[in-house]
Design a protein around this ligand. Structure first.
Ligand code: PMP
Length: 476
């Protein structure tokens, strides 16, 4: 079973095998202490792991006393230590926080509000404590509802850590075998050049036509690949239960893609008797800008939607929203109970997050701020040899870092993970700006700040990137 060769390490991960060289005394002591009890199973970020002691808004304070600009954390979507969320949690802790086999108003209040954000036939919800649990439950529901077992995901997908979900998450590598009922589809080449800027709800007649043509072009490449994956599962005797798709393709390299292509994917999986599970753990709750849910960018009909990360602003809570016949089929042959799922404290936290998203207009803000960052970052980076392009939807940006290609070897620019890593660490160490990396070769810079990121935060990020450019980190 042991297969160290198949192991894939996390992008921007601290390298435990290099020891504590280069760390200051505090960092080294805390890493040593952590390693003694937590081992090395769980990754740490950065060459010098960051020791965080407090947070507020889009700022994290380090044990070194420095103020770090958080351009990475989507969980704290309405800001670190958000006062409204804090108040809701504290209030509920003082009332009651027991399990869901009683009648409770908190879960009903939240379920009604959450479901009102979904279009179409999505009319029921079950609550979990994480994105992984959400995907795990969704896969089981899809199996029951379709009578099929086969799962299709993208080639670099990450969907979580349970036994089932990790077996359909190729981003772990093959150190543990992936599921035999899994088929994967390469998408990075087809989605690489599409940027998802602007309002995900559509750009009027011309924009919609342009977007249709772009979606058709994507589907001309990806349609045959998905159909091939469906064929393989059918020939293997598994059938097609679902396509499970991260709407922003975070671990595939941040590929929001041309609007509309996911609608074609939904039709294709339905034609095989399977379901579309929209994994909104990354894309959901307004992150894509202009829309609450990633699948809405595409005008697609999802059958099941899974949620987590930003839902409780750090309080563990996840959810599975679905069309009710899917849940009815599940209920007819088994049941779902989750001790902490839907607990009143988590529900109050999640409700407070929705309050803040509405009060601060964060869905529109994610679109506007994302477009501003995309425009200004592109302007700064344009012309630098290692800049390979920028893609974004809302406040989720991916910046390709390459080896510069061209002159010396006459070849095309190739992804350069080492150069991306140098940029991520220079931003952390010298500018106190936190981003990370993702994608093939870990060569895509990942910029995904809390949704409350404002213009002065943007100015600070841009200034930091200018410094990095002046130091030549974006040139060969
Ligand atoms: N789906 C996606 C797309 C994710 O990015 C993640 C977490 N990175 C998960 C599911 C799993 O969520 P969690 O870590 O809350 O279990």
């Amino acid at each position: 079973m042991k297969n160290a060769q198949g192991r894939k390490s996390v992008a921007n991960g601290f390298d435990f095998s290099h020891g504590l060289e280069g760390l200051d005394a505090d960092e080294a002591a805390v890493v040593r202490r952590r390693q003694k009890v937590l081992g090395t199973m769980g990754p740490l970020f950065y060459n010098r792991p960051l020791h965080v002691v407090s947070g507020s808004g889009v700022h994290l304070r380090g044990a070194d006393g420095a103020d770090y600009l958080d351009c990475y954390n989507n969980v704290a979507c309405v800001g670190h230590s958000n006062p409204h969320v804090r108040q809701a949690v504290a209030d509920q802790l003082g009332r009651q926080n027991t399990h869901s086999r009683y009648l409770q108003d908190e879960v009903l209040d939240y379920a009604e509000r959450l479901l009102a954000t979904f279009p179409g036939a999505i009319d029921h919800v079950a609550f979990t404590n994480s994105g992984s649990e959400s995907n795990d439950l969704a896969l089981r529901m899809a199996r029951v509802a379709t009578g099929h077992m086969g799962v299709v995901v993208t080639q670099g997908a990450y969907h979580g850590i349970t036994s089932l979900v990790s077996s359909v998450s190729p981003s772990f590598g093959t150190g543990l075998p992936l599921a035999p009922f899994l088929a994967t589809v390469r998408v990075d080449d087809a989605l690489h050049d599409a940027d998802g800027s602007g309002d995900g709800t559509g750009d009027g007649a011309d924009g919609a036509a342009a977007s249709d043509a772009a979606a058709d072009a994507v589907w001309a490449v990806l349609g045959p690949r998905f159909n091939q994956a469906f064929d393989a599962l059918e020939h293997g005797g598994y059938g097609v239960s679902c396509v499970l798709i991260d709407e922003v393709m975070s671990s595939d390299g941040i590929l929001p893609g041309a609007r509309g292509w996911i609608a074609r994917l939904a039709d294709a999986v339905h034609a095989r008797g399977g379901l579309l599970i929209s994994d909104e753990v990354q894309a959901g709750f307004g992150r894509m800008g202009g829309v609450m849910w990633g699948f809405q960018r595409h005008g697609a009909e999802a059958d099941i939607v899974t949620m987590g990360k930003p839902m409780g602003n750090g309080i563990p809570v996840g959810g599975v929203a679905y069309r009710h016949p899917i849940g009815d089929a599940f209920a007819a042959c088994t049941r779902y109970f989750n001790t902490f799922g839907g607990n009143p404290v988590s529900m109050r936290a999640a409700g407070a997050v929705l309050d803040e998203i509405e009060r601060l207009g964060l869905v529109a803000h994610a679109r506007d701020m994302g477009d501003r960052l995309a425009r200004d970052l592109s302007e700064i980076l344009e012309g630098h040899e290692r800049f390979g392009g920028l893609r974004h939807a809302g406040l989720f940006l991916g910046i390709d870092v390459t080896d510069g290609g061209g002159a010396d070897d006459g070849g095309d620019a190739r992804p350069d993970g080492a150069a991306a890593r140098a940029i991520v660490n220079a931003l952390r160490d010298d500018e106190h700006v936190l981003i990370s990396a993702a994608g093939p070769g870990d060569a895509v810079l990942k910029v995904r700040p809390p949704l409350v990121f404002d213009d002065s935060d943007a100015d600070r990020l841009l200034e930091a990137v200018r410094h990095i450019c002046e130091r030549g980190l974006f040139d060969r």
